[in-house]
Design a protein around this ligand. Structure first.
Ligand code: NAD
Ligand code: SF4
Length: 441
């Protein structure tokens, strides 16, 4: 049984409320952190090896130390709760069931970074969560953890919850900042990174919900102790939202050295493939990361067991091109149709493209049309190469990662399942008659 640092108390009745959270050790990390110098809190996070849990896996301590500190200019911390990646719902779970863990993490992180006004930007579709967060913020204020002169330290902090309007692109940090400022959520060109020019052109750190919550156990057990969990480059525990054709969909906290095989097949986690069917493939890190066929998913190209880590899931570049991503683990059984799923994702990215750059605006729509033709019996063999060509012309040629995220699933599907595309083109009627029983994500 792996160590649980984030969800260890999530099952306790009433943990959503301050009194219960406090009785079970809540705000002890905040007490500890407020006695340290802000720079020492940053050092502790650096020592922990914590990497961003939103998807990119960027080292959190390094990001924090990049924050510019010009004299007389406010600094901001923004919590990215715009969790919209298909297959990803672990931040929702955390905010819904143990909101004070996030508020405590925000307090410690704001103190470390010198942010007196911190924002939680939450996706519009999580319509019931802001009330839970507001309740926790109100309780924290009542007990002296927010407001002026927190616990007599002289540190002031207000936390504001800002609701998004339901656009996937607003999860991209610069689009999120634009939206927070009241503008259309169009991504900005980076650099400058938010650490230098973020909210209202002031230095800003944007971190994911889980990343900020993880700061609490890091302060509680110490950065060095946290770094001992996992594999070094993938330190600590990670929340995984597992869905698709498995027996036990849900949110799991894993130590980052678990094998993929154990995660899928053991009763402690996914409990195996539903209906006793065979495993066909998996998207291990949310829809933006490439699909892996079963043979590459369980073992690396060298024949070693694949681990639930940043390195192992993302190894080999072209071999797998996959990644840990946002921890949205989507499992496909033998009856699933890769062409149909690729079309679903292409439609999603086309719909969510903000339209600023031509390769993404035009390319996502074009890929959707070609995939639609293949899926609905009007495809030509040359369409497969056309799709390959379009995705190549999007990849790496856009302002933000949405373009890459739209290109990679198409590339991976063709790379690993080309025969399935060919079969659709050669057997258009049969392909349409098949009942695929789509996986849900
Ligand atoms: P990125 O690699 O561009 O940046 C990662 C972070 O590091 C950013 O905060 C960036 O500002 C910071 N950074 C990088 N270099 C820096 C520098 N030199 N100076 C200062 N700061 C620097 O990735 P990204 O665009 O933030 O995220 C892409 C990932 O988001 C994708 O891999 C995908 O997995 C994930 N994603 C997640 C969701 C979700 O719902 N959780 C949705 C869509 C995409
Ligand atoms: Fe907008 Fe797509 Fe360009 Fe991102 S890549 S800025 S979503 S058009």
């Amino acid at each position: 049984m792996g160590r649980k640092l984030l969800l260890d108390k999530a099952h306790i009745e009433g943990i959503r409320y301050y009194d219960t959270y406090r009785q079970h050790g809540g705000y002890a990390a905040a007490e500890k952190a407020l006695k340290l110098a802000p720079g020492d809190v940053v050092e502790e996070v650096k020592k922990s090896g914590l990497r961003g849990r939103g998807g990119a896996g960027f080292p959190t301590g390094m990001k924090w130390s990049f924050l510019a500190k010009p004299e007389g200019v406010p600094r901001y911390l923004v919590c990215n709760a715009d969790e919209s990646e298909p297959g990803t719902f672990k931040d929702r779970y955390l905010m819904e069931f143990i909101p004070h863990l996030l508020i405590e993490g925000l307090l410690i992180s704001s103190y470390a970074l010198g942010s007196n006004r911190t924002y939680i930007y939450i996706r519009g579709e999580y319509a019931w969560i802001p009330d839970i967060l507001e309740q926790a913020i109100g309780e924290a204020r009542q007990h002296g953890w927010l407001g002026k002169n927190i616990q007599g330290t002289g540190f002031d902090l207000e936390i504001y919850v800002h609701r998004g309007a339901g656009a996937y692109i607003c999860g991209e940090e610069t689009a999120l900042i634009e939206s927070l400022e009241g503008k259309r959520g169009n991504p900005r060109i980076k650099p400058p990174f938010p650490a230098v020019k973020g909210v209202w052109d002031c230095p800003t750190v944007v971190n994911n919900v889980e990343t900020l919550a993880a700061v609490v156990p890091i302060i509680n057990i110490g950065g060095e102790e946290y770094a001992k969990i996992g594999t070094g480059k993938s330190a600590g525990t990670k929340l995984i939202s597992a869905c698709g054709n498995i027996n036990k969909p849900g949110v799991y906290e894993i130590e980052m050295n678990l094998t993929v095989e154990e995660f899928i097949f053991s009763d402690e986690y996914c409990g195996g493939i539903a209906g006793g069917k065979k495993l066909k493939a998996c998207i291990p890190g949310g829809s933006s990361v490439p699909i892996l066929p079963a043979n590459l998913l369980l073992k690396t190209a060298k024949g070693e067991p694949r681990l639930m880590t940043y390195e192992s899931l993302g190894d080999g570049g072209f071999v797998t091109g996959s990644a840990m991503g946002s921890g949205g683990f989507i499992v496909f059984d033998e009856d699933q149709c890769v062409v149909r799923h690729t079309l679903t994702l292409a439609r999603f990215y086309h719909h969510e493209s903000c339209g600023q750059c031509s390769p993404c605006r035009e390319g996502t729509g074009w890929m959707e049309k070609v995939l639609h033709n293949i899926e609905y019996g009007k495809g030509k063999m040359s369409d497969i190469d056309l799709l390959w060509d379009i995705q190549q012309k999007i990849d790496g040629r856009t302002i933000c990662p949405l373009g890459d995220a739209a290109a990679w699933p198409v590339a991976a599907a063709i790379r690993h399942f080309r025969d399935e595309f060919e079969w659709h083109i050669l057997h258009p009627e049969e392909a349409q008659q098949r009942n695929y029983g789509l996986a849900h994500y």
